[in-house]
Design a protein around this ligand. Structure first.
Ligand SMILES: [Mg+2]
Length: 373
């Protein structure tokens, strides 16, 4: 039976982090999980989350509240969800959300993911199944905060070894924050040995020339860095292409690619070797799938990442990641560790972590049962 969107609710849940999260652009000790619950005319709830960061998405809890409780709710109320055509009806709703507000992609992500959750529930399948995946698990890397002072490098190496000891095979080191990135990466490689995959994320922190210098120094030192994420400023596509052309290491575009339009430009200009899809950039699942298909059709690999967000946002990202693994035929480690930084999940049910594995429940949709506590 066709249902329709009856209600859009917003819940704000502060969640402390287990340790401070430091990147080239910010330090965080707690997050405000901005959770959206979209209720259909049968009383089912779909869930989504809007990760907020002035420095990354340009959105705040206040802006998300204004967008969700204003134009996004207005656009969505009364929209039909057809159980026989769940993907199509979710896409129609998603397009209405995109047309309702310019930018505000994290706010749109929250509502869009909640609609896809509901659509999957209506069809009686897990969201990952709706997106073409059968596996109920994806792997994630673990992120290590950026080090800016030489005396902190030893601690970085110790932390890396600890994560290796708890089952992580892929570690992502935040660099580009002004510290000695060559010494830091050398110390991490020395601490974890040759069997661990190391990634680096500069979060736009280098100039193109600096990026080439540091990455070549890693290459010359034999540090076997698997990939380097977003070496230069997001709008500097020429700089990104310069780095990609001048190093042997794989370059992964993150902040430079928000939508399929950006992906088309980066792929067309050979500005990066890989693309990091994040739902907070694409504004949710419909556009994420568009970027996935565009990249994979061009033989450009994809990983799915996340912002500093909770298990609700990660649940949708994990479903997309599983669909990427299924479509590419080569499961990879994604970048979905944010939930491991939280002291607890703000919801009951949904995903859970088992060392480096994100496990998704077998029930319909995202399997989220409601707010915790
Ligand atoms: Mg990144």
């Amino acid at each position: 039976m066709v249902t329709s969107i009856a209600e859009v609710r917003l819940h704000r849940r502060p969640v402390p982090l287990v340790r401070p999260f430091v990147t080239a652009v910010r330090t965080a000790t707690t997050i405000d999980a901005m959770l959206v619950e979209v209720v259909d005319s049968d009383g089912r709830s779909g869930w989504g989350e809007a990760p907020t960061s002035w420095r990354v998405t340009g959105e705040s809890p206040q802006s998300v509240t204004a967008a969700v409780e204003g134009p996004l709710r207005d656009a969505l109320l009364g929209m039909p969800l057809e159980p026989a055509a769940p993907l199509e009806s979710a896409a129609v709703a998603s397009l209405a959300l995109e047309r309702a507000v310019v930018r505000n992609s994290a706010a749109r992500m929250a509502v869009d993911c909640a609609v896809y959750d509901l659509a999957a529930q209506g069809a009686g399948v897990p969201l990952r199944g709706l997106l073409g995946a059968s596996s109920d698990r994806v792997r994630t890397d673990m992120t290590l905060s950026a080090v800016t002072k030489r005396e902190d490098i030893e601690q970085l190496a110790t932390t890396a070894a600890e994560h290796m000891g708890t089952g992580f095979g892929v570690l992502k080191v935040k660099v580009g924050a002004g510290g000695d990135d060559v010494a830091a990466m050398r110390a991490v490689r020395h601490a974890v040995g040759p069997g661990i995959t190391l990634r680096a994320d500069a979060n736009q922190g280098w100039t193109p020339a600096q990026a080439v210098d540091v990455i070549r120094a890693w290459e010359d030192a034999g540090l076997a860095v698997e990939l380097v994420e977003q070496p230069v400023q997001r709008d500097d596509i020429d700089g990104l292409a310069f780095v990609t052309a001048n190093v042997g290491t794989t370059v992964l575009a993150d902040e430079s690619v928000w939508t399929s339009r950006d992906a088309r430009e980066v792929i067309g200009r050979h500005a990066a070797d890989m693309i990091n899809i994040k739902l907070a950039k694409t504004g949710g699942i419909r556009e994420a799938i568009a970027v996935r298909d565009l990249a994979l059709d061009a033989d450009v690999s994809v990983i799915v990442g996340c912002m500093m967000e909770s298990h609700v946002g990660i649940a949708a990202a994990a479903a997309v990641a599983a669909s990427v693994d299924a479509a590419s035929g080569a499961p990879t480690a994604h970048d979905l560790d944010a939930g491991l930084w939280l002291s607890a999940s703000p919801v009951l049910g949904g995903i859970h972590y088992d060392a480096d594995t994100v496990r998704m429940p077998d029930g319909p949709g995202l399997g989220i049962l409601g707010l915790a506590g």
